[in-house]
Design a protein around this ligand. Structure first.
Ligand code: LER
Ligand code: MN
Length: 276
C-alpha cells in the first residue's frame, strides 16, 4: 500500500525551500490529519532541536506516523557532506546522519540523504567522491539496519549535485554498495529535469524504491505544473511500491493550499481514500 505524507521544515534558514509546512509542527499535524494524510516527514536543523516528546504526542493525538527525517540541515547550516575534501568534515556529516537515523529509527522512520551526499570540486575526482559517498552510505545503511528502516538515498538534479542525477546511474552505483539497507528516494521534481521518462525511471528503480517526493515539474503541489501523473502512478503501482508518497513542494499559494492540492491529486490518481 502506498501511504500519503506531507513535509514540515523546522529549518528557518531553509526559507524558500520546497517544504509544504514551516516551523509550526502542531499546525502542520492538525491540518495534515484533517486532510487525511497518513504521515509527516520532517526536515530539522539538528537532532537536538527536535522536540521528541511533543512530536510523539502530536503524532499520537492526530493518528499520524513519522515517515522520514531529512538530513539536509547538516548541509544548510554547517556545509557538511559525505564527500567533502576534508576527512574531519566527512566524519561530521556521517555523525550527523547517524544521529538522524537513531532519531528516525525510534519512530520506525527512515533518514534521507539528499543534499548531504555532496559534490566533487577543485582537485577531487568524481571517482574519489563516489568512493567516499559509497563508504558513507554503506556504513550508515548498516547502522539503520537495527531499526528495520532503510536509509533513503535521493538522487538530485544537476544544479544540486554533480555526482549522480539519473536512475540508470543511481542503480549502477547502488549495486556497488554491498548492503540491502539503502533504498532510493525518487523525487519527481529532480526526475522531471533529468529523466526522459519519469515512469521508466521508476521502473528502473523497481524494488530499490523506498520513498517518493510527490511534487510537480515547477516544484509546486502535484497538479500545479505539467507532470503527467497517470503513467507515473501506474509505474509506482507496477513496481509494487509500498512506501510513502510525500508532498515535498513549495508552500504556494500557501501551505494549506499546497497540502490540499496534493491530497486532491492523491485522490485523483490513487483512489478515493488517497494513496493505496
Ligand atoms: C533537495 O532538492 C531535495 O529534494 C530534498 O529532498 C533533499 O534534502
Ligand atoms: Mn526531495
Amino acid at each position: 500500500m502506498i501511504e500519503s505524507c506531507v513535509t514540515v521544515s523546522l529549518v528557518s534558514q531553509a526559507k524558500g525551500g520546497p517544504f509544504v509546512y514551516w516551523d509550526d509542527l502542531a499546525l502542520a499535524c492538525e491540518q495534515a490529519a484533517s486532510m487525511g494524510y497518513d504521515a509527516i516527514e520532517i526536515f530539522p536543523p539538528s537532532v537536538d532541536s527536535v522536540p521528541v516528546k511533543t512530536l510523539r504526542q502530536l503524532l499520537s493525538e492526530h493518528n499520524l506516523r513519522l515517515a522520514a527525517v531529512g538530513t539536509g540541515g547538516g548541509w544548510v547550516l554547517n556545509k557538511w557532506h559525505l564527500c567533502h575534501a576534508e576527512a574531519r568534515v566527512r566524519q561530521q556529516a556521517r555523525q550527523f546522519i547517524s544521529r538522524v537515523i537513531d532519531l528516525a529509527g525510534d519512530f520506525g522512520a527512515s533518514a534521507i540523504v539528499g543534499s548531504m551526499q555532496g559534490r566533487f570540486e577543485g582537485e577531487m575526482t568524481r571517482d574519489q567522491a563516489l568512493d567516499w559517498l559509497r563508504d558513507g552510505l554503506f556504513e550508515l545503511g548498516e547502522h539503520a539496519k537495527q531499526y528495520g528502516t532503510p536509509l533513503l538515498y535521493e538522487p538530485l538534479n544537476r544544479y544540486e549535485t554533480n555526482l549522480i542525477n539519473r536512475a540508470s546511474d543511481a542503480v549502477e552505483f547502488l549495486e556497488s554498495i554491498k548492503t540491502e539497507h539503502v533504498r532510493v528516494l525518487a523525487d519527481l521534481f529532480h526526475m522531471n529535469i533529468e529523466e526522459g521518462s519519469i515512469a521508466d525511471a521508476i521502473r528502473t528503480y523497481g524494488s530499490r524504491l523506498g520513498h517518493v517526493h510527490f511534487v510537480d515539474s515547477n516544484r509546486r503541489a502535484a497538479g500545479m505544473g505539467h507532470i503527467d501523473f497517470a503513467p507515473v502512478v501506474t509505474a509506482l503501482k507496477e513496481t509494487g511500491f509500498a512506501g510513502f508518497a510525500s508532498a515535498e513542494a513549495l508552500p504556494l499559494p500557501s501551505s494549506e493550499e499546497a497540502a490540499r492540492q496534493t491530497m486532491v491529486a492523491f485522490k485523483q490518481y490513487f483512489g478515493a481514500q488517497g494513496p493505496a
